[in-house]
Design a protein around this ligand. Structure first.
Ligand code: RB5
Length: 156
């Protein structure tokens, strides 16, 4: 497998470091896009760095860690072609691959810890897309991405 792009904000920094060591120990090449300290940062910047790596072909899959896994998933899923799934256990990790062909995994460091997080990553990496009827459904995700949306989002 080609490289795995790995990113986190401050809330996910410590878990990212743990996952990096584990992934490299498993023989994966890890492209660590940061953050590199526990100082407060903004999660969309790291979601963007990981999705940029995917779009550039520098990595085949991405893993993003924040406090909940939610902001990272929201940010990554703004990018066409990205299917980011926030997984909380081995079952959601398995389904994210089999049914959704998720190319980005997001984790919440305040939700899943240590060995549980590693198990989620292991299952997500080892599970293949099931194809079949799910191909049709993923094509509908692409159609949704390409559709013109006219709703104006209220600004904060
Ligand atoms: C940071 O406090 C937190 O908001 C962030 O890590 C993430 O959980 C956002 O979704």
């Amino acid at each position: 497998m080609s490289a795995i792009a790995l990113g986190a904000d401050h809330a996910g920094f410590a878990l990212k470091q743990l996952l990096k060591v584990w992934l490299e120990g498993q023989g994966h090449t890890v492209l660590d896009v940061g953050t590199h300290t526990a100082e407060s940062v903004d999660y969309p910047d790291y979601a963007s760095a990981v999705t940029d790596a995917l779009l550039a072909g520098a990595a085949e899959r991405g893993i993003l860690v924040c406090g909940t896994g939610l902001g990272m998933a929201m940010a990554a899923n703004k990018v066409p072609g990205v299917r980011a799934a926030s997984c909380v256990d081995a079952y959601t990790a398995q389904m994210a691959r089999e049914h959704n062909d998720a190319n980005v995994l997001t984790l919440g460091a305040r939700i899943v810890k240590g060995e549980d997080a590693i198990e989620i990553v292991r299952v997500w990496l080892d599970t293949a897309f099931a194809g079949d009827r799910h191909i049709r459904r993923l094509a509908k995700l692409v159609a949704l991405e390409r559709k013109e949306h006219r709703w104006h989002v209220p600004a904060h």
